[in-house]
Design a protein around this ligand. Structure first.
Ligand code: G3P
Length: 229
């Protein structure tokens, strides 16, 4: 399973990369808006802190298929690398998917709010299909169930696409999709951080280290003991 950061703040991305096994970054126009900076410069800065093989997903903002293709070409020549062109699953977006795939670019179909949209985007040639889990929940649709259903449908038809589940508000939503074996998830740094944090771990390790400190004193580590021999 791939884990991506759904964020555009370079400092937050750098911090998350230090601690977690991350496969790339996803962005969208709202995420870039929140940074309040020139968006192309932000994308270059993100690319610069990512390992070269990491994925970078950038969303197309044009509204006709022809303009989407032109925009995708421009992004490819500007950013290069392991770029994924995010196409919304609008009517024109569906028309653009095979056109952009035919030019050798990788496509992530985004804004998915139903199982059928996910299946159709994969059939049209998208490498990833991105259901918006929390947004579906907000509309009274079970987002985790829809993302799981898309995953199972892709597998049962043998399509070469994976679910890239997006729009999370808590780590429990992510965990259920990990259990279901979806191909990828993308979430904000705070949600990703919550995937590894457990107060019981902190308490257990603190107690063990306190015992060692009582035994050898002065917060000494194994290295200290070895150096002092
Ligand atoms: O990449 C899509 C995702 O970021 C949408 O998330 O938090 O705006 O629902 P959100």
């Amino acid at each position: 399973m791939l884990i991506l950061i759904d964020h555009a703040n370079v400092d937050a991305i750098k911090e998350t990369l230090k601690y977690l096994p991350i496969d790339g970054v996803t962005t969208n126009p709202s995420i870039l808006y929140r940074e309040g900076k020139e968006p192309l410069e932000v994308l270059h800065n993100i690319r610069a802190v990512l390992p070269t093989t990491s994925q970078l997903h950038v969303q197309i903002v044009s509204e006709t298929a022809e303009a989407m293709v032109d925009e995708a070409r421009a992004l490819r020549s500007e950013l290069g690398g392991n770029l994924f062109v995010k196409l919304p699953v609008t009517r024109e977006g569906f028309r653009a998917i095979p056109l952009i795939v035919a030019e050798g670019m990788q496509v992530t179909a985004t804004g998915i709010h139903s199982s059928m949209q996910g299946f159709m985007a994969a059939k049209a040639g998208a490498r990833y299909v991105a259901p918006y889990v929390n947004r579906m929940d907000n509309y009274g649709i079970d987002g985790v169930r829809v993302a799981t259903e898309i995953h199972k449908t892709l597998r049962s038809y043998g399509l070469e696409a994976d679910v890239l589940a997006a729009s999370f508000k808590n780590s429990e939503q992510v965990l259920e999709l990990v259990r279901q074996g979806v191909g990828a998830i993308t979430a904000a740094p705070d949600v990703l951080e919550a995937l590894i944090k457990n107060p019981a771990t902190d308490a257990a390790i603190a107690e063990q280290n306190r015992h060692f400190d009582i035994l050898v004193g002065n917060k000494r580590s194994w290295k200290d003991l070895i150096d002092e021999k």
